[in-house]
Design a protein around this ligand. Structure first.
Ligand code: CA
Length: 425
């Protein structure tokens, strides 16, 4: 697909620092807040935040024939995304034009410029969408195999359905929060080892899960299904997703219906929704699926994306330390298959829904996407720069996730998702 805003040779008249995740080819969407003003939609180039409501004020979106320009003034992006992917693509192309080096339209309009541009360090980033529904998949073969090996049977690590169904569960959207929000250690029921009675306690096995999540921009009716070949038309973009997990609570509660309170006390996303369009240059083939999947899940072409993912642990008063390096391309099931499966039974899809990938582990131990796997159930602690060791996450440790795609000098990224684990309340 040829998308004008993706031209790798474009330069912007706004300064973009070397290695920035936000060159003019990114043009993500987010919600920012300045001072005591209302939160409103924005994009970003380099370290500049672009107030879309100000550009709308000055008439810069007038030619796009958007029925209701109020979408640029809302405190969440749901209405803007509800315009649909072709219109969001036009908005992104328009922003690209306006900030392209040779375009003087906005560059010379000092009043509009002064109103529209903020520095990233003078604004606060907010939740970009109101998340209606949230699904968490379990689509990394390496992660499912690692967990199956640790908790069940190394010889039958994957359950019989795993290669036939993109396994997932419905999570809770109320506790999805934006980067910078800190989370208290959850409390709950745990069954201590060598005990036959559960106790009530703060979790002793606090963990992260390195995931990505996609956001939908389409509404379907009950009974409708989204065919796998049309699924990407309903996906507007991606965020980094830290699905915090309490392993001991999880272990005791998850039979027979799956995770419940061990996963819904806080999931932390990166603030910028980077469009699927922006990742077009980074498409790759996914892993070969064997046995063959049912026809409604069969996807053609490159439906996976080569996006580098990293997790850093930052202990109090210590420098951050990388504990994991993985890649989105390792996923066995791609997003189109996940959304086709989600809707195949006629479950309706809404704008702003969030669908997380499941923990993204790769083939090597350094690519494992959770402390559970990195420390192999606590048997191989990780050593931090100050010599202290971690099997799981301590109070006042911060977890930072970063992600970016990079090819031929072009880098498109998310910035970061950061959260600190506070002591139990
Ligand atoms: Ca998860």
């Amino acid at each position: 697909m040829n998308i004008k805003a993706n031209d790798p040779f474009l330069m912007s008249w706004l300064e973009v620092p070397a290695n920035s995740d936000f060159p003019v080819q990114n043009i993500p969407f987010g919600i920012f807040k300045y001072d005591n003003e209302e939160p409103r939609p924005a994009s970003r180039i380099g370290d500049h935040v672009i107030d879309l409501s100000a550009l709308a004020d000055f008439g810069y979106f007038d030619k796009l024939e958007i029925e209701d320009l109020n979408v640029f003034y809302k405190p969440v992006l749901n209405d803007l995304f509800a315009l649909g992917k072709p219109m969001v693509r036009k908005i992104r192309n328009r922003l690209s034009d306006l900030f392209e080096d040779n375009n003087e339209e906005l560059k010379n309009d000092h009043e509009a410029r002064n109103n529209a541009l903020f520095r990233i360090d003078e604004v606060q980033m907010m939740m970009p969408v109101e998340v209606g529904d949230y699904t968490d998949f379990y689509s990394s073969k390496e992660h499912a195999t690692n967990v199956g090996t640790m908790f069940r049977d190394p010889d039958n690590a994957l359950l019989p359905n795993w290669k036939h169904i993109p396994v997932g569960y419905h999570g809770r959207s109320s506790s999805i929060v934006v980067s910078g929000t800190n989370i208290h250690r959850p409390k709950g029921q745990i069954m201590p080892p060598e005990s036959d009675q559960p106790i009530f306690s703060p979790t002793r096995l606090m963990d992260f899960e390195l995931e990505m999540a996609f956001v939908t921009c389409k509404e379907t009716q009950l009974g409708d299904s989204i065919p796998v070949e049309e699924a990407e038309d309903a996906i507007i973009g991606l965020v980094l997703f830290n699905d915090l997990s309490a392993r001991d609570i999880q272990k005791w509660e998850y039979v027979p219906l799956g995770p419940f309170l061990s996963k819904n006390f806080g999931s932390v996303i990166s603030p910028w929704i980077v469009t699927l369009d922006a990742f077009e240059p980074f498409r790759v083939n996914g892993p070969k699926q064997d046995p063959p999947v049912l026809p409604y899940l069969k996807s053609e072409g490159k439906k996976s994306f080569d996006i580098n993912l990293e997790v850093y642990l930052e202990a109090e008063n210590q420098p951050e330390h990388r504990v994991c390096r993985s890649n989105f391309k390792y996923m066995y099931w791609n997003m189109a298959q996940q959304l086709a499966h989600q809707s195949v039974n006629g479950c309706n899809i809404r704008v702003g829904d969030m669908y997380a990938s499941g923990t993204i582990s790769g083939p090597t131990p350094e690519s494992y996407g959770s402390m559970l796997e990195l420390s192999w159930k606590g048997t191989k602690p990780i050593t931090l720069p100050d010599g202290s060791r971690r099997k799981f996450i301590n109070d006042n440790d911060a977890i930072i996730m970063r992600g970016y795609a990079e090819k031929d000098g072009l880098r498109i990224g998310f910035g970061e998702s950061k959260t600190k684990i506070l002591p139990a309340k």
